[in-house]
Design a protein around this ligand. Structure first.
Ligand code: ZN
Ligand code: ZN
Length: 286
């Protein structure tokens, strides 16, 4: 019987269309979970069009989900942002003018920052760059918002989750340069959902990152990476898109599988699920 308690370092919940955090946290806790970092979903996931008021609604839904998870007895961190895919679509699909899209994003981030100041939110996430091929404009608008968000969280002493392309050495080299130029404290920045190649580079340069807890992926991670990372489900809680990432309780089961296989020991799991979580999220251990 594994005595380690488990954390999900990045997931989403959708109380309108999916299970919602009450159901998720109950099952997660029953299986030995103690910590969740809950990240906002774009308005489209709630059937809302992408205007400022609906971003506010999405953030408010997130805030009440975080509250519910805390009431369910879990330690929780709560992050809201404007997803790179969402931002790219604003100019490419919704055909917003560049300044309209930027101003919308700035306004959303201003609202999020005001909630961070009040202690309602803990950080910005996710922002970053698309992981798929997009127009140069779809890429650069995200770059601008990425840098703006880094500045905001650094000034607020808050955390930030970056969603980025899986460019291995290139991604990590670029981000390191950006963080250095901008004098951003690295320990507040988390690169989420990395592949093993990019994770290795991040690990070598001391950046914080997560690996998705799908069985194949964490089996490979356990073999190739020292225990410097955290595990996430990146669950999007959308019954129509099951299997896009993994279930939060599935990442617990998968880690227990590789423990039984003897690839890692409890000490390794405890680093991923407790030490690294306590350090990055600045929370008390369970
Ligand atoms: Zn992401
Ligand atoms: Zn995500």
């Amino acid at each position: 019987m594994c005595k380690v308690m488990f954390a999900d370092a990045h997931l989403h919940s959708n109380p309108l269309k999916g299970l919602g955090i009450r159901n998720i946290s109950k099952k997660f806790k029953d299986l030995g979970g103690w910590f969740l970092a809950i990240v906002s979903l774009p308005p489209a996931h709630y059937g809302l069009n992408p205007v400022f008021e609906n971003y506010v609604k999405s953030v408010d839904i997130l805030v009440s989900e975080c509250k519910a998870a805390k009431e369910g007895g879990l330690t929780v961190k709560c992050l809201a942002g404007i997803h790179p895919a969402d931002l790219e679509k604003l100019i490419n699909t919704q055909a917003l003018k560049y300044d309209e899209a930027l101003n919308l994003a700035f306004k959303v981030l201003e609202y999020i920052s005001s909630l961070i100041k009040k202690g309602v939110l803990d950080g910005i996430g996710e922002v970053g760059r698309p992981h798929y091929k997009t127009s140069p404009e779809g890429f650069i608008i995200n770059e601008i918002i990425l840098r703006h968000s880094l500045r905001l969280t650094n000034d607020l002493d808050a955390i930030i989750h970056l969603h980025i392309e899986q460019g291995g050495l290139l991604t990590v080299m670029d981000l390191n340069e950006v963080l250095n130029y901008m004098s951003i404290r690295k320990n507040s920045v988390l690169l989420h959902h990395l592949d093993i190649r990019t994770g290795l580079e991040a690990s070598n340069s001391g950046l914080t990152f997560t690996i998705c807890g799908k069985l194949q992926l964490i089996r490979e991670a356990a073999k190739k990476l020292s225990p410097t990372y955290m595990v996430e489900s990146d669950f999007i809680d959308d019954p129509k898109r099951l299997g896009v990432a993994s279930w939060p309780w599935e990442i617990i089961e998968n880690q227990q599988v590789i423990l039984r296989e003897g690839i890692i020991d409890e000490e390794y799991l405890s680093r991923l699920n407790i030490d690294n979580v306590v350090k990055y999220y600045r929370v008390d251990p369970p």
